[in-house]
Ligand binder design. Structure first.
Ligand SMILES: Nc1ncnc2c1ncn2[C@@H]1O[C@H](COP(=O)(O)OP(=O)(O)OP(=O)(O)O)[C@@H](O)[C@H]1O
Length: 311
Protein backbone atom coordinates (compact mmCIF):
# COMPACT_ATOMS: atom_id res chain seq x y z
CA UNK A 1 0.00 0.00 0.00
CA UNK A 2 3.02 2.34 0.15
CA UNK A 3 2.37 3.61 -3.35
CA UNK A 4 -1.14 4.69 -2.43
CA UNK A 5 -0.04 6.30 0.81
CA UNK A 6 2.60 8.28 -1.06
CA UNK A 7 -0.09 9.41 -3.47
CA UNK A 8 -2.16 10.78 -0.62
CA UNK A 9 0.35 13.34 0.64
CA UNK A 10 -0.77 16.88 1.22
CA UNK A 11 -1.50 18.94 -1.88
CA UNK A 12 1.41 21.18 -2.79
CA UNK A 13 0.78 24.92 -2.92
CA UNK A 14 -0.35 25.83 -6.42
CA UNK A 15 2.54 28.22 -7.08
CA UNK A 16 5.23 25.82 -5.84
CA UNK A 17 4.96 23.33 -8.68
CA UNK A 18 5.39 23.67 -12.42
CA UNK A 19 2.31 23.06 -14.56
CA UNK A 20 1.75 19.51 -15.75
CA UNK A 21 -1.03 20.38 -18.10
CA UNK A 22 -1.23 23.51 -20.20
CA UNK A 23 -4.21 24.52 -22.27
CA UNK A 24 -3.25 27.14 -24.82
CA UNK A 25 -6.15 28.99 -26.42
CA UNK A 26 -8.03 25.69 -26.84
CA UNK A 27 -11.16 25.61 -29.00
CA UNK A 28 -13.46 22.93 -30.36
CA UNK A 29 -16.06 23.12 -33.12
CA UNK A 30 -18.23 20.08 -33.89
CA UNK A 31 -18.70 18.90 -37.47
CA UNK A 32 -22.15 20.54 -37.61
CA UNK A 33 -20.55 23.94 -36.93
CA UNK A 34 -21.49 24.02 -33.21
CA UNK A 35 -18.69 25.88 -31.39
CA UNK A 36 -18.49 24.10 -28.00
CA UNK A 37 -15.21 25.47 -26.57
CA UNK A 38 -13.50 28.80 -27.34
CA UNK A 39 -10.09 30.20 -26.37
CA UNK A 40 -9.56 28.29 -23.10
CA UNK A 41 -6.15 28.94 -21.55
CA UNK A 42 -5.21 27.24 -18.27
CA UNK A 43 -2.02 26.08 -16.49
CA UNK A 44 -2.70 23.18 -14.15
CA UNK A 45 -0.55 21.66 -11.40
CA UNK A 46 -1.29 18.84 -8.90
CA UNK A 47 -4.39 19.35 -6.80
CA UNK A 48 -8.10 19.34 -7.57
CA UNK A 49 -9.46 21.61 -10.27
CA UNK A 50 -13.22 22.06 -9.99
CA UNK A 51 -14.60 22.76 -13.46
CA UNK A 52 -18.01 24.33 -13.08
CA UNK A 53 -20.51 25.43 -15.66
CA UNK A 54 -24.19 25.15 -16.53
CA UNK A 55 -25.43 22.44 -18.89
CA UNK A 56 -24.06 22.93 -22.37
CA UNK A 57 -21.13 25.09 -21.20
CA UNK A 58 -18.60 22.84 -22.95
CA UNK A 59 -17.23 20.94 -19.95
CA UNK A 60 -17.63 17.44 -21.40
CA UNK A 61 -16.15 18.52 -24.72
CA UNK A 62 -13.13 19.93 -22.86
CA UNK A 63 -12.83 16.73 -20.78
CA UNK A 64 -12.89 14.61 -23.94
CA UNK A 65 -10.07 16.68 -25.42
CA UNK A 66 -8.04 16.31 -22.21
CA UNK A 67 -8.67 12.55 -22.31
CA UNK A 68 -7.31 12.52 -25.92
CA UNK A 69 -10.69 11.33 -27.28
CA UNK A 70 -11.06 14.48 -29.37
CA UNK A 71 -8.43 16.81 -30.82
CA UNK A 72 -8.74 20.57 -30.32
CA UNK A 73 -9.83 22.23 -33.54
CA UNK A 74 -7.78 25.27 -32.45
CA UNK A 75 -5.02 25.86 -29.90
CA UNK A 76 -3.03 23.13 -28.14
CA UNK A 77 -2.97 21.02 -24.99
CA UNK A 78 0.48 20.21 -23.56
CA UNK A 79 1.23 17.44 -21.09
CA UNK A 80 4.67 17.96 -19.52
CA UNK A 81 5.45 20.30 -22.40
CA UNK A 82 4.39 17.91 -25.22
CA UNK A 83 1.42 18.48 -27.51
CA UNK A 84 -1.06 15.66 -26.78
CA UNK A 85 -2.61 15.85 -30.26
CA UNK A 86 0.73 14.89 -31.77
CA UNK A 87 2.04 12.70 -28.93
CA UNK A 88 -0.94 11.28 -27.02
CA UNK A 89 0.79 8.16 -25.61
CA UNK A 90 2.69 9.71 -22.66
CA UNK A 91 -0.57 11.19 -21.36
CA UNK A 92 -2.65 8.10 -22.16
CA UNK A 93 -0.28 5.91 -20.14
CA UNK A 94 -0.86 7.99 -17.05
CA UNK A 95 -4.47 9.04 -17.52
CA UNK A 96 -7.48 7.89 -15.48
CA UNK A 97 -10.86 8.88 -16.93
CA UNK A 98 -14.34 8.45 -15.52
CA UNK A 99 -16.69 9.68 -18.25
CA UNK A 100 -20.24 10.88 -17.62
CA UNK A 101 -21.79 7.79 -19.17
CA UNK A 102 -19.54 5.21 -17.56
CA UNK A 103 -21.13 1.80 -18.17
CA UNK A 104 -20.01 -1.08 -15.96
CA UNK A 105 -21.02 -4.62 -16.93
CA UNK A 106 -23.82 -5.57 -14.50
CA UNK A 107 -23.26 -9.31 -14.69
CA UNK A 108 -19.56 -9.07 -13.76
CA UNK A 109 -18.32 -8.76 -10.20
CA UNK A 110 -16.27 -5.64 -9.43
CA UNK A 111 -13.12 -7.77 -9.24
CA UNK A 112 -13.84 -9.39 -12.64
CA UNK A 113 -14.66 -6.03 -14.21
CA UNK A 114 -11.44 -4.42 -12.98
CA UNK A 115 -9.36 -7.35 -14.23
CA UNK A 116 -11.07 -7.00 -17.59
CA UNK A 117 -10.40 -3.25 -17.65
CA UNK A 118 -6.75 -3.92 -16.75
CA UNK A 119 -6.51 -6.12 -19.86
CA UNK A 120 -8.29 -3.49 -22.01
CA UNK A 121 -5.78 -0.91 -20.78
CA UNK A 122 -2.91 -3.32 -21.62
CA UNK A 123 -1.60 -3.30 -18.06
CA UNK A 124 0.98 -6.01 -17.34
CA UNK A 125 -0.68 -9.25 -16.15
CA UNK A 126 1.98 -9.66 -13.47
CA UNK A 127 0.74 -7.96 -10.35
CA UNK A 128 -2.64 -7.06 -11.91
CA UNK A 129 -4.61 -9.06 -9.31
CA UNK A 130 -2.81 -7.20 -6.52
CA UNK A 131 -3.41 -3.85 -8.22
CA UNK A 132 -7.11 -4.63 -8.64
CA UNK A 133 -7.37 -5.45 -4.92
CA UNK A 134 -5.48 -2.24 -3.99
CA UNK A 135 -7.90 -0.15 -6.07
CA UNK A 136 -10.96 -1.88 -4.61
CA UNK A 137 -9.65 -1.24 -1.12
CA UNK A 138 -8.91 2.38 -1.93
CA UNK A 139 -12.52 3.02 -2.94
CA UNK A 140 -13.87 0.97 -0.01
CA UNK A 141 -15.28 -1.90 -2.06
CA UNK A 142 -13.09 -4.75 -0.82
CA UNK A 143 -15.99 -6.44 0.99
CA UNK A 144 -18.27 -6.23 -2.06
CA UNK A 145 -15.57 -7.21 -4.59
CA UNK A 146 -17.18 -10.54 -5.47
CA UNK A 147 -20.71 -9.23 -5.87
CA UNK A 148 -22.18 -8.54 -9.30
CA UNK A 149 -22.07 -4.84 -10.16
CA UNK A 150 -25.77 -5.04 -11.10
CA UNK A 151 -26.58 -5.40 -7.39
CA UNK A 152 -24.64 -2.23 -6.42
CA UNK A 153 -26.09 1.16 -5.44
CA UNK A 154 -25.38 4.16 -7.70
CA UNK A 155 -22.61 5.34 -5.39
CA UNK A 156 -20.94 1.92 -5.36
CA UNK A 157 -21.07 1.83 -9.17
CA UNK A 158 -19.39 5.23 -9.32
CA UNK A 159 -16.70 3.94 -6.97
CA UNK A 160 -16.10 1.04 -9.37
CA UNK A 161 -15.73 3.72 -12.06
CA UNK A 162 -13.08 5.49 -10.00
CA UNK A 163 -11.36 2.18 -9.23
CA UNK A 164 -11.03 1.41 -12.96
CA UNK A 165 -9.69 4.91 -13.56
CA UNK A 166 -7.05 4.32 -10.86
CA UNK A 167 -5.76 0.99 -12.16
CA UNK A 168 -2.71 2.58 -13.82
CA UNK A 169 -2.00 4.86 -10.79
CA UNK A 170 -2.72 7.94 -12.94
CA UNK A 171 -1.02 11.31 -12.58
CA UNK A 172 -4.06 12.89 -14.24
CA UNK A 173 -7.51 11.80 -13.09
CA UNK A 174 -10.50 13.21 -14.96
CA UNK A 175 -14.01 12.74 -13.57
CA UNK A 176 -17.00 14.10 -15.46
CA UNK A 177 -20.19 14.82 -13.46
CA UNK A 178 -19.50 11.91 -11.10
CA UNK A 179 -22.21 12.56 -8.50
CA UNK A 180 -25.26 12.78 -10.77
CA UNK A 181 -27.93 10.41 -9.43
CA UNK A 182 -26.20 9.77 -6.10
CA UNK A 183 -28.00 10.24 -2.79
CA UNK A 184 -26.57 12.83 -0.33
CA UNK A 185 -24.64 10.28 1.71
CA UNK A 186 -23.08 8.66 -1.36
CA UNK A 187 -22.28 12.08 -2.75
CA UNK A 188 -20.43 13.05 0.42
CA UNK A 189 -18.51 9.81 0.45
CA UNK A 190 -17.54 10.29 -3.20
CA UNK A 191 -16.31 13.84 -2.54
CA UNK A 192 -14.17 12.66 0.37
CA UNK A 193 -12.72 9.93 -1.81
CA UNK A 194 -11.65 12.45 -4.46
CA UNK A 195 -9.96 14.60 -1.81
CA UNK A 196 -8.05 11.57 -0.53
CA UNK A 197 -6.97 10.71 -4.06
CA UNK A 198 -5.63 14.12 -5.02
CA UNK A 199 -2.21 14.17 -3.33
CA UNK A 200 0.38 14.57 -6.03
CA UNK A 201 -2.12 13.88 -8.80
CA UNK A 202 -3.98 16.42 -10.85
CA UNK A 203 -7.69 15.69 -10.47
CA UNK A 204 -10.11 17.48 -12.79
CA UNK A 205 -13.65 17.31 -11.52
CA UNK A 206 -16.30 18.60 -13.88
CA UNK A 207 -19.72 19.34 -12.42
CA UNK A 208 -22.61 21.79 -12.33
CA UNK A 209 -23.16 21.08 -8.63
CA UNK A 210 -21.31 23.65 -6.49
CA UNK A 211 -21.20 21.66 -3.21
CA UNK A 212 -19.38 18.87 -5.08
CA UNK A 213 -16.33 21.06 -5.34
CA UNK A 214 -16.84 23.38 -2.39
CA UNK A 215 -14.99 21.22 0.11
CA UNK A 216 -12.31 19.84 -2.15
CA UNK A 217 -11.24 22.07 -5.06
CA UNK A 218 -7.84 23.75 -4.83
CA UNK A 219 -8.66 25.88 -7.85
CA UNK A 220 -11.82 26.63 -9.78
CA UNK A 221 -12.50 27.19 -13.43
CA UNK A 222 -15.95 28.30 -14.56
CA UNK A 223 -17.13 27.92 -18.16
CA UNK A 224 -20.13 29.60 -19.74
CA UNK A 225 -21.03 29.06 -23.40
CA UNK A 226 -17.68 27.48 -24.17
CA UNK A 227 -15.59 30.26 -22.64
CA UNK A 228 -13.63 30.38 -19.42
CA UNK A 229 -15.11 33.18 -17.35
CA UNK A 230 -13.27 32.55 -14.06
CA UNK A 231 -10.04 30.80 -13.08
CA UNK A 232 -8.62 31.08 -9.59
CA UNK A 233 -8.93 30.12 -5.93
CA UNK A 234 -12.45 29.62 -4.53
CA UNK A 235 -11.74 32.54 -2.18
CA UNK A 236 -11.29 34.88 -5.15
CA UNK A 237 -14.72 33.91 -6.47
CA UNK A 238 -16.21 34.50 -3.03
CA UNK A 239 -14.53 37.89 -2.88
CA UNK A 240 -16.21 38.93 -6.13
CA UNK A 241 -19.62 38.38 -4.53
CA UNK A 242 -19.02 40.46 -1.40
CA UNK A 243 -21.77 43.06 -1.06
CA UNK A 244 -23.77 41.40 -3.87
CA UNK A 245 -25.88 38.97 -1.83
CA UNK A 246 -29.16 40.15 -0.27
CA UNK A 247 -31.70 38.62 2.06
CA UNK A 248 -35.18 39.62 3.18
CA UNK A 249 -38.62 38.16 3.76
CA UNK A 250 -41.46 38.49 1.23
CA UNK A 251 -45.07 37.22 1.10
CA UNK A 252 -45.15 33.82 -0.66
CA UNK A 253 -47.29 35.30 -3.47
CA UNK A 254 -44.40 37.59 -4.52
CA UNK A 255 -41.94 34.75 -5.06
CA UNK A 256 -42.72 34.03 -8.76
CA UNK A 257 -42.24 37.71 -9.69
CA UNK A 258 -38.99 37.88 -7.72
CA UNK A 259 -37.72 34.76 -9.45
CA UNK A 260 -38.47 36.32 -12.83
CA UNK A 261 -36.73 39.62 -11.95
CA UNK A 262 -33.72 38.46 -9.92
CA UNK A 263 -31.21 35.64 -9.57
CA UNK A 264 -32.60 33.88 -6.49
CA UNK A 265 -29.96 31.66 -4.85
CA UNK A 266 -32.20 30.35 -2.02
CA UNK A 267 -35.73 30.62 -0.66
CA UNK A 268 -36.88 29.31 2.69
CA UNK A 269 -40.56 29.08 3.70
CA UNK A 270 -41.18 30.57 7.12
CA UNK A 271 -44.39 31.06 9.15
CA UNK A 272 -44.78 34.71 8.00
CA UNK A 273 -43.53 34.52 4.41
CA UNK A 274 -40.52 33.35 2.44
CA UNK A 275 -36.94 34.27 3.31
CA UNK A 276 -35.29 34.96 -0.05
CA UNK A 277 -31.65 35.30 -0.94
CA UNK A 278 -30.70 36.91 -4.22
CA UNK A 279 -27.54 38.08 -5.95
CA UNK A 280 -27.55 41.60 -7.42
CA UNK A 281 -25.16 44.56 -7.68
CA UNK A 282 -27.47 46.82 -5.64
CA UNK A 283 -29.93 46.25 -2.81
CA UNK A 284 -33.18 45.24 -4.54
CA UNK A 285 -35.36 47.04 -1.94
CA UNK A 286 -35.17 48.87 1.37
CA UNK A 287 -35.89 45.73 3.42
CA UNK A 288 -33.02 43.74 1.94
CA UNK A 289 -29.80 43.51 3.88
CA UNK A 290 -26.38 42.33 2.74
CA UNK A 291 -25.53 38.70 3.55
CA UNK A 292 -22.18 36.88 3.60
CA UNK A 293 -21.74 35.10 0.27
CA UNK A 294 -21.27 31.36 -0.01
CA UNK A 295 -19.67 29.71 -3.03
CA UNK A 296 -23.10 28.91 -4.49
CA UNK A 297 -24.04 32.63 -4.33
CA UNK A 298 -20.70 33.63 -5.84
CA UNK A 299 -21.11 31.15 -8.71
CA UNK A 300 -24.64 32.42 -9.37
CA UNK A 301 -23.37 36.01 -9.30
CA UNK A 302 -20.71 35.16 -11.87
CA UNK A 303 -23.28 33.43 -14.09
CA UNK A 304 -25.64 36.38 -13.76
CA UNK A 305 -22.98 38.60 -15.31
CA UNK A 306 -22.68 36.41 -18.40
CA UNK A 307 -25.30 36.20 -21.07
CA UNK A 308 -27.01 32.81 -21.05
CA UNK A 309 -25.29 31.99 -17.78
CA UNK A 310 -28.26 30.82 -15.73
CA UNK A 311 -27.42 27.48 -14.07
N1 LIG B 1 -21.72 15.54 -30.75
C1 LIG B 1 -22.09 16.82 -30.77
N2 LIG B 1 -22.40 17.44 -31.94
C2 LIG B 1 -22.76 18.73 -31.97
N3 LIG B 1 -22.86 19.53 -30.88
C3 LIG B 1 -22.55 18.96 -29.70
C4 LIG B 1 -22.16 17.59 -29.57
N4 LIG B 1 -21.93 17.33 -28.26
C5 LIG B 1 -22.16 18.49 -27.59
N5 LIG B 1 -22.54 19.46 -28.44
C6 LIG B 1 -22.86 20.86 -28.12
O1 LIG B 1 -21.69 21.47 -27.61
C7 LIG B 1 -22.00 22.35 -26.54
C8 LIG B 1 -21.23 21.94 -25.29
O2 LIG B 1 -21.69 20.65 -24.87
P1 LIG B 1 -21.00 19.84 -23.68
O3 LIG B 1 -21.69 18.52 -23.57
O4 LIG B 1 -19.53 19.84 -23.88
O5 LIG B 1 -21.37 20.76 -22.43
P2 LIG B 1 -21.39 20.41 -20.88
O6 LIG B 1 -20.93 21.62 -20.15
O7 LIG B 1 -20.63 19.15 -20.64
O8 LIG B 1 -22.92 20.17 -20.60
P3 LIG B 1 -23.64 18.93 -19.91
O9 LIG B 1 -23.35 19.05 -18.47
O10 LIG B 1 -25.08 19.14 -20.28
O11 LIG B 1 -23.06 17.69 -20.56
C9 LIG B 1 -23.51 22.28 -26.36
O12 LIG B 1 -24.08 23.36 -27.08
C10 LIG B 1 -23.87 20.96 -26.99
O13 LIG B 1 -25.20 21.00 -27.50
Amino acid sequence: MERWQAAQETVLPYEAVSPLLQLQDVGYTYGNGQRAVSGVTLNLAPGILGLLGPNGAGKSTLMRMLATLAKPTSGAILWNGEDIARHPDPLRRTLGYLPQDFGAYPSLTAREFLRYMGAVKSLPQTGLGRRVDDCLELVGLQDAANRQIGSYSGGMRQRVGIAQALLNDPALLIVDEPTVGLDPEERLRFRNLLTDLAGRRLVILSTHIVPDIEASATTLAVMVKGRLCFNGMPEALLHMAHGKVWEWTVPATELPALRAAFHVSASLRQPHGVRVRIVADQAPCGDAHAATPGLEDAYLYLLSRHEGGRP
